[in-house]
Design a protein around this ligand. Sequence first.
Ligand code: URA
Length: 235
Amino acid sequence: MANRLDKILSTMGYGSRKQVKELVKSGSVTVDGEVIKDSSIHVDTNVQNVYVNGEKIEYKEYVYIMMNKPRGVISATEDEFGHETVIDLLDDRYQGYKLSCAGRLDIDTEGLMIISNDGQLVHSIISPKKQVVKKYYCIVENVITDKDMREFEKGVVLADGYKCLPARLEKISDKEAFVYITEGKFHQIKRMFYARRNNVRYLKRVQIGGLELDAELDTGEYRELLEDEIKKIFG
Ligand code: URA
């Protein structure tokens, strides 16, 4: 798809639209071997070769990133209290994209974050209507009971009276479980256990739809998703 040259270059970190205009005017940019002086032209980087100061640029309209979010980092684009955000962890080449997180994780929750500038995909992952299942690994304070499992299945009623959509609680050991939910209310899993007189001690998101967190990614690490992995989300 064709996009304005100034949009492409500013997204890729070559400066503001105004700075990019100057850069292009100075003769530093070629398209298919020809020096271009007008930054408002439309270019399709899938079929045309764009070079800046002799370096080929690889532009993608959409980026899809999988991150293993560490504790202590906020899953938002900015934080009013100055905490580090997942966007801060990304390389400079992603900073020009208008990225957002597909579903928030608490500051002390780890695991799978999908970060993208594809608003439609982000919305589809979050929307309860789409029923995309999010799987979490949890360690809790007290022993998980059969009654807890039944209550999760029925829909736990939180302290504020909200009745959660049915969820699955799969016990791994007395105090360890996988929880599967299709909605993402604030502190949802912590509040679900709290309503069952239990407390979450450790929480990690391990899967979104059919996409599992890459076990090769240490906390804080990330990589771009492959095309078939994006499809896997909606499975
Ligand atoms: N539920 C929570 O309580 N916290 C999270 O970060 C995600 C789900």
